[in-house]
Design a protein around this ligand. Sequence first.
Ligand SMILES: Cc1ncc(C[n+]2csc(CCOP(=O)(O)OP(=O)(O)O)c2C)c(N)n1
Ligand SMILES: [Mg+2]
Length: 538
Amino acid sequence: MALALAADDRLAVHVFHDERAAAFAALGHGLATGQPAIALCTSGTAATHFHAAVVEADLSSVPLIACTADRPPELWDIGAPQTIDQTHLYGSSVRFFAQPGVPDAAGAPRWRPLGARTVAEAAGWSDRPGPVQLNLSFRDPLVGQPGELPPGRPGGRPWHHRPVDQAARSLPPAAAAELAATVRDGSRIRSGVIIAGRATSDPDSVLALAGRLGWPVLADHRSGCRTGSRSIQHFDGLLRSSAFAERAMPEVILRFGEALSSKVLSGWIATSSAAGATVISVVDRSRWIDPESVADHVVAAPGAAAAILDAVASPTSGSGQLEPSTTAQQWEAADRLAAAAVEAVLAGIEGPNEIHVTRQVVAGLPAGGALVVASSMPVRDVEWFGPSRASIDVFANRGANGIDGVLSTAIGVALTGRSTTVLLGDVALLHDSSALTGLRHRPVRLDVVVIDNDGGGIFSFLPQASLLEAATFEQLFGTPHGTDLIALCQAHGLDAGRWPLEDGGTDGVRVAVATTDRAANVALHDHLNRAIVKAVES
Ligand SMILES: Cc1ncc(C[n+]2csc(CCOP(=O)(O)OP(=O)(O)O)c2C)c(N)n1
Ligand SMILES: [Mg+2]
C-alpha cells in the first residue's frame, strides 16, 4: 500500500517515524483544507498510535482516512508477530469501518466503490465529517509492483456524486420567524449577546446580525467572528466583575458553533439562563452543543444567522421601526476600559511573560497565515487576551482538549503550503517531540513558539495549587522536567533560540522559546483581571 501511494503522483507522501505524529499531521491537513488525508501505518501497536488523532477528528468533525495494514485473517489470534485485533479498533469514533480482506483479482471491481464510499463517509455522507478506518490485510510477499487501478466508470464519471453538503441546510421560515420573535419584543430588539465558537458557519452573517440587533459578539478566534468593532476582546476579564456580569445580563443569548474555553463565560450563560434569559444554540453538522444544559432552542441549521436577520427585519414579524439594542455599546465601552487597563499593566513588566508573548504572536501573524494553538494556557490566553484579527485562520485541538500531537497538527497544517505558527507549552512540545524528527527537511514554513514554564502552568490556577503541599503539587501537577528545549530542537538540526523571533520569516522552521515562571504567571493573570475589574467598576 505504501508503494502504491508513493507511486501515485496525485498524492504527496510525507513520512513520519511516529504513527501518532503522522495521524495528527493528517488531522492538521484535514483541519486546514476540509479534505481528508490518508494516514497509513503498519499492523500492531502502530495502529493504536493513530487513536488519539482519530478521537480528536471525531469530536472536531475533521475528515481523516486511517488505513491500518493488517495480517491476513489466517494469522490472527495464533501468536503471529505484530498481530493484534484491529477490527473496529477505534470503536464508535469512526464514521465508517471496512475490512475488505486480502486483496485479490476477484474483489478488484469493488475497490473503487469502497474508495469512493470511504471518502464520502469521511466527508460527512452519513453524519458529519470525521475519521474512517480501512483495515487492510496483506499476505506475503509484501512487496510488489503497484499495478493499474481497476477501470473506472465510462467517461470518467465519478462513483458517487458529491456527498450532501451539510452546510447547505437552512432554517425553515417558520423556525426563523419563531427565533426572530424571541429576539424582538414589538419594535424593540431585546438585549442580547452573540457568542461565536468554532464551526460558526457564515461568520459574515453573524456579524451582520450583531450589527442589526445592536448586540456584542464574544468570539473565539476560530469562529471567524473575532474581527471588527462588535468583537469584545476581554469578555472573560469583564465577566469576572460581578457588577458588570450582573449589569450585562441579557434577555437573549444567541450562541453559534462550539463552546469557548472561558469557564467564566460558561458560568455567566448558566446564571443568565437561571435569571430568565433565552438561550439559543445554533449548531453546524448536527452536533448538540449545550455544555451548560440550559439551551431553550438547539437549532441545527448553519444558515440560521442569515435567516434570523431576514426574519427580524421582516414586516410580518412585528410592527413599526426596529430599535436596535444598546447592549453592544455597553460592552464596547467596557472593553475599551479593559484594553487600556491591560496595556497599562503589561507596559510595566520587564522580560517575556505569557500574555505578552501570546498577544505578540496573534498580532504578528501575516495575513493569510495559520495559527495552531495548544490546549492548556495558550488556547485560553489567546481567547482572553489575544487581539482581534482579520484574515488569519486559527486551529486548536479542542474536540478532546488533548495536549498531544500539537506540533504534528501544525506540521499537517503547514504541509498544505500555508505559513503557519504554532503556540504551545513546554509539556505539549515534549509530549510531541518525536514530531521534531526530520522536521528540518520538511517543505514547510513553520514558526514554533514555545512558552517554557518548566511544567504544567495551568495547574497553578487550580485549587490543588494551594490545597496540596508544595512538593506534592510539584510532583503530581507542576511536573517540572528541566529539559533544555532549545538544545532539544538544535539536536534535531533546527534553528532554535530565545523568544522573540527575528522579524521577517526565512524559509523553513524556526523555534523560539520564551522562558516564564508558573507562579509569576498566575500573579500576572490575577493582576490583569483585577485591573480590568477595577476599570469597569470605577
Ligand atoms: C494527552 C493529554 N495528557 C494530559 C492532559 C492533561 N493536561 C492538561 S494541561 C496539561 C499541562 C500542559 O503543560 P504545558 O503544555 O506546558 O502548558 P501550560 O499548562 O504550562 O500552559 C496537562 C498535562 C491532556 N490534556 N492531554
Ligand atoms: Mg508549561
